[in-house]
Design a binder for this molecule. Structure first.
Ligand SMILES: Nc1ncnc2c1ncn2[C@@H]1O[C@H](COP(=O)(O)OP(=O)(O)O)[C@@H](O)[C@H]1O
Ligand SMILES: Cc1ncc(COP(=O)(O)O)c(N)n1
Length: 675
């Protein structure tokens, strides 16, 4: 059965929740229902978005209240989220990933371990499964003591472990219903394979796994898992949730991999409808294959046995026995590229490489409310995200499913939750290359939003600055430098010998831009002494402007004869008769524009990072030529700004720290290009 990929490109912010009524009424009687009344909105006769979302907010508030009343007499400051997973000693996947993601999302994490794995970024070498009785003991230890608001169930490994977790979960849901507690949100990651290709589920357990999936609110298969679920579904005569091993699928046939992303989405629709659960289909393996394919392609080209018609044609996902992944997926550049490298016209973004996932909600869990889904068809929501060029994706599936479990209590519906989890994943994957953990597929950066604790801003910036200074010196002594560059350099050298003031070095307009940035920094500073410092600097620089307006003579600040501008066409640096004194031109305007743009961002950290290069470079390059008092003042200012930059960087998120570094690097480049 093929479903149309409904054109629902709403972003999560604009989409109103529509999940619903039919299902809540349909399943409300049973605590085993995956979308019980405790999670659903009231029924809606009309598609009125306003009333719908208002009702949903009210319902959400009521749900939160009922949680409070039923669970505890104090309102918990953090959701309590359980991970049922296997371990990963390298710390990127399994229980370890879940706990890190939970902490990153600000929830309190519980963990029960299904198995202990000997694995790292290169593969899984051994697995010791928990005795089911002991696993049950762990699960009961948690659930008899703590309230579970949400949970993520991952690697289950064997049929006995699946049965153990399923039976405990059924008991828990009955118990919560009896006690009037809200049903916990349930995310199940149907873990079958690790990124390395190693199998994490026995073939018999694959069929058993289907018996627990209908208890979930949402399941999160990757592409091969999706193919396996669709395949098993098609071969399960007894239908949804059949745990009867007598009806196990024909193991002789292997799942057919989707050849395109649209085919994968169709599979997700089939699985969602069959199991009656939401399916979050992950597109990562398309991206992974695409980014790794260069080497793989060479191997393919050299190996006749690996060259298949399907692969040469449009097949996105090919079985490749040679690599030992079962059901393995290998693909070539041409095919791997297609699903992930999409242009997001609908969102109006630049044509960047995309790695979009989809959320498929079976019709029974959605009531029509402004979405383009056809009645009776599942609703498909595209979850946008750029593709990150990295092979460091160990544990991405775990982190995504634990993020969904952690974030769901904070959002009104699964669509909003899914896009938030996807957005967080993009940040975490983007930080992966900086971690340098392991030799294979490294882990993602769970702490990408928190403060970077292992780097001192000025240490890292000093590396950037000294490199730029060395390049500048090399450029000045480079025999291939243009005549005008050499003249420029010798002009500077001459100037260095004479004691001069800084004012004569810069155009007035450029100094004005620094005054503006210093005042902006003063207004962003919360500390009174910082404010006073920036104001003092601003008045200091401002005092130099009149001298700069008359003393500054470098009109052709780009330093070459092609400089255009009516007053100084054809003139070399230093040759201007003075008509354009104090005016910004070329690179100088670029610095001024950059400073103004940074000031508009209202971030003290960014402003400190933008101001530091000017003062530090002036100190470094002109310090020796200045009068002692001016040189001392310059180095004091530099030290003070460096101190503020370090403090702000320590408090900044990883992303903001990176923006500070990027800003300082760019201003350094611009400043040196002007010297
Ligand atoms: N290179 C990448 N760039 C951006 N997102 C990625 C990349 N690789 C994986 N993802 C995202 O990571 C999440 C987990 O997907 P995936 O890696 O397919 O799961 P699994 O680990 O189960 O194989 C998905 O949201 C997917 O889109
Ligand atoms: C215990 C455990 N659970 C799940 C995975 C899947 O991780 P990946 O995201 O690398 O496929 C894993 N490697 N180990």
């Amino acid at each position: 059965m093929a479903y149309e990929h409904a054109n629902v490109h709403e972003s999560h912010s604009s989409s109103q929740s529509t999940c619903t009524s039919e299902s809540s009424q349909q399943h409300a009687d049973s605590p085993l229902a995956h979308d019980s009344a405790a999670h659903s909105s009231p029924a809606h006769g009309s598609a009125d978005r306003f009333h719908h979302s208002l009702a949903q907010i009210q319902h959400h508030a009521a749900t939160m209240l009922s949680r409070t009343n039923g669970a505890d007499d104090t309102y918990p400051s953090r959701a309590r989220v359980l991970s049922v997973e296997g371990s990963d000693p390298i710390g990127g996947a399994g229980t370890m990933a879940d706990m890190k993601a939970f902490t990153a999302h600000g929830v309190f994490g519980y963990a029960a371990m299904t198995c202990v794995c000997a694995q790292n970024t290169q593969g899984v070498t051994d697995i010791v499964n928990m005795e089911p009785d002991f696993l049950r003991e762990q699960l009961i230890s948690v659930s008899s003591d703590g309230i579970i608001d949400s949970m993520k169930i991952g690697m289950l490994g064997t049929p006995e472990i699946v049965d153990c977790v399923r039976d405990w979960l059924v008991d828990l849901l009955h118990d919560y219903e009896r006690r009037g507690l809200p049903r916990p949100w349930i995310v199940i990651d149907p873990v079958m394979y690790a990124k390395s290709g190693d199998s994490l589920l026995t073939p018999e357990a694959e069929q058993e796994l289907r018996s627990i999936l209908p208890l979930a609110d949402i399941i999160t298969p990757n592409v091969p898992e999706l193919a396996a679920l669709a395949h098993a579904g098609a071969h399960t005569a007894a239908g949804i949730g059949a745990a009867d091993t007598a009806s196990a699928p024909d193991t002789a046939s292997t799942p057919t991999m989707p050849r395109t992303w649209d085919e994968a989405v169709n599979m997700a629709c089939v699985v969602a409808q069959d199991l009656g659960v939401r399916v979050y289909a992950k597109a990562g393996m398309f991206a992974l294959q695409a980014s790794e394919n260069h080497a793989a392609d060479k191997q393919l080209a050299n190996s006749e046995s690996n060259t298949t018609d399907a692969c040469e044609a449009e097949s996105a996902l090919q079985c490749n026995d040679a690599c030992g992944v079962e059901p393995a997926m290998q693909c070539n550049d041409a095919c791997g590229a297609e699903p992930t490298m999409q242009c997001n016209d609908a969102r109006g973004v630049e044509p960047v490489m995309q790695c979009n996932d989809v959320l498929v909600e079976p019709a029974a869990l959605c009531s029509e409310s402004g979405s383009s889904a056809q009645a009776g068809s599942p609703r498909i929501t595209t979850l946008y995200g750029p593709r990150v060029e990295t092979v460091n994706v160990h544990g991405t599936g775990d982190s995504l499913s634990s993020s969904l479990a952690a974030l769901r209590p904070r959002f009104l519906d699964w669509r909003e939750t899914a896009q938030a989890a996807k957005d967080w994943m993009v940040g975490a994957i983007s930080g992966a290359n900086d971690l340098h953990v392991g030799k294979g597929h490294g882990p993602i950066d769970f702490t990408w939003e928190s403060a970077p604790t292992s780097r001192l801003f000025t240490d890292e910036y000093w590396g950037i600055l000294s490199q730029a200074a060395a390049q500048h010196r090399d450029g000045a002594h480079n025999p291939t430098a243009t005549q005008s560059q050499q003249e420029s350099a010798s002009h500077d050298a001459t100037a260095h010998n004479a004691t001069s003031t800084l004012a004569s070095r810069y155009p007035a307009e450029y100094l004005e831009a620094y005054v503006h940035a210093l005042i902006a920094a003063a207004s962003e500073a919360s500390d009174a002494s910082d404010r006073a410092f920036f104001i003092h600097c601003a008045s200091n620089v401002s005092a130099q402007i009149p001298a700069a307006a008359t003393g500054y003579r470098h009109c052709a600040y780009d330093g070459d004869v092609t400089h255009t501008g009516s007053e100084h066409d054809g003139k070399r640096r230093g040759e201007c008769s003075g008509e354009c004194r104090g005016k910004c031109s070329g690179k100088c305007s670029t610095v001024s524009d950059a400073l103004r743009a940074i000031a508009d961002q209202h971030s003290l950290g960014l402003l400190a990072a933008a101001l530091l290069p000017h003062f530090w470079i002036a100190s470094l390059e002109y310090g020796p030529t200045l009068a002692d008092s001016e040189a001392d003042e310059l180095s004091d200012i530099t030290a003070h700004i460096a101190q503020i930059a370090n403090r702000e960087a320590r408090l900044a998120s990883h992303r903001d720290y990176q923006r500070m570094i990027d800003t300082a690097r760019e201003l350094t480049r611009l400043e040196y290009s002007m010297l």
